[in-house]
Design a protein around this ligand. Structure first.
Ligand SMILES: [Zn+2]
Length: 409
């Protein structure tokens, strides 16, 4: 079991078969459960089983030759394999799975009773109706900024609940730098009052009417964070993208979204590609160290195919840019290839766009509706109808993800 010793929630796992990496996924839960392990894998001749279990999300399939990667890491080739239970089969085992552990589950009822069975739409509805202080018709940004910070923690696989001293240390600078100019930096306000959203837990302190003072919070050892139900929903990639898009566009539209998202560890959510636009030139973004080694590999044949299919004409505006000897267009992934989006590299996730519409699509200035209307995000007005080739199937699910990022989920 030494191979699994260092793994933790939030880590990425690569799947390996026949000398290739065939998929990647993110760990959203770790637990030991012998009964479940026996049901899935059985036991070996010594009655042993494989009870260390990982729950995974954000699964993306691909095929990358493994040998160069493994040699680079100094890992022996080939690897041993792990067994997976697929989505449908998993239902059979679902009620055996209790990440909290069977003993604890019997003692404690689920943490937030009223929030049981919270779904994606409930979460978005709650986020859309936050109660915020309003002063001179501008609402305070304390709660939305804190929520983005908390989503950033979940996305990084960090603990859901945070003790007050750390909360203040991390949230106060955000409120100072991104709050309204005339607003006081009072991290105790969102720490305590986000409970009214129905998505937030405060633990370790007695309930009371007035906001506890910072020293009280410290003395009593209070901690706060998303409720278990909200955290569970936010660990799913579509809900997370939608939540971030909604919070930014509803409460923080006058703010430099890119700067704030970068500060809370969600930089990739400021654009549809998640990084540099599809391997083209850097369009004025500040270069970031973390990107240099994580550019996803894209299939150049697919890029060629989409451009040829449309004869280099932009699917949004129809423009066909002439060059001396040919034409120029760009292949845009609808759901970005790189982290944090991990969209697939396939034709159904690609558009042929002119450079202007590529930038507008990537930077969330335009989005595409279910009926293929191309709308401007700032006004919601229809500007174009998306051109579609008969052989080009575009998956609605990727457009839905992009709309989520646009705050149109
Ligand atoms: Zn165009």
């Amino acid at each position: 079991m030494t191979a699994l010793a260092g793994r933790k929630v939030g880590d990425e796992v690569l799947f390996y078969a026949e000398k290739k990496f065939v998929a990647r996924a993110r760990i959203i839960g770790l637990f030991d459960n012998r009964a479940l392990a026996e049901a899935v894998w059985g036991t070996d001749e010594n009655q042993k089983t494989w009870q260390h279990i990982m729950a995974l999300d954000d699964v993306t399939e691909f095929a990358v030759p493994a040998e160069p990667v493994l040699r680079g890491l100094g890992v022996p080739v080939p690897l041993r394999s792990l067994t997976l239970v697929g989505a449908e089969e998993r239902l059979r085992f679902l009620d055996m799975v209790d990440p909290a552990g069977p003993a604890r589950a019997k003692v404690n009822p689920p943490s937030s009773g009223s929030g049981a069975g919270l779904g994606r739409h409930d979460l978005l509805r709650a986020l859309a109706s936050l109660k915020t202080h309003t002063r001179e018709q501008r609402s305070s940004r304390h709660k939305p900024i804190t929520l983005l910070w908390a989503i950033g923690r979940l996305a990084a696989g960090r603990e859901r609940m945070v003790e007050w001293p750390r909360f203040r240390q991390e949230v106060a600078p955000l409120l100072r730098d991104f709050g309204l100019a005339d607003s006081r930096v009072t991290p105790e306000y969102p720490f305590w009052h986000l409970r009214s959203s129905g998505l937030w837990d405060v633990a370790g302190i007695e309930d009371r009417k007035e906001t506890p003072t910072p020293s009280r919070l410290a003395e009593e050892g209070a901690s706060a964070g998303f409720s278990q139900d909200a955290a569970k929903v936010l660990r799913r990639s579509l809900a997370r993208a939608e939540a971030i898009g909604l919070i930014c566009s509803t409460y923080l539209s006058e703010l430099d979204r890119e700067a704030l998202l970068e500060r809370v560890g969600l930089a990739g959510y400021a654009s549809a590609s998640g990084g540099l636009p599809d391997g083209e030139v850097d369009r004025g973004r500040v270069p970031r160290r973390t990107r240099t080694s994580s550019q996803p590999v894209r299939d150049s044949q697919l890029v060629e195919r989409i451009k040829v299919m449309y004869g280099h004409a932009c699917q949004v505006c129809g423009a066909r840019i002439e060059t001396q000897h040919s034409h120029y267009s760009e292949a845009a992934h609808i759901r970005g290839l790189g982290g944090p989006h991990y969209g697939p590299d396939r034709l159904s996730n690609l558009l042929c766009l002119c450079p202007n519409h590529h930038v507008e699509f990537d930077r969330l200035a335009i989005y595409i509706d279910e009926d293929w209307a191309v709308r401007r995000n700032s006004t919601g007005k229809i500007e174009y109808k998306l051109e579609r080739h008969v052989d080009h199937v575009i998956e609605q699910e990727y457009l839905e993800y992009h709309r989520g990022l646009c705050g149109r989920g």
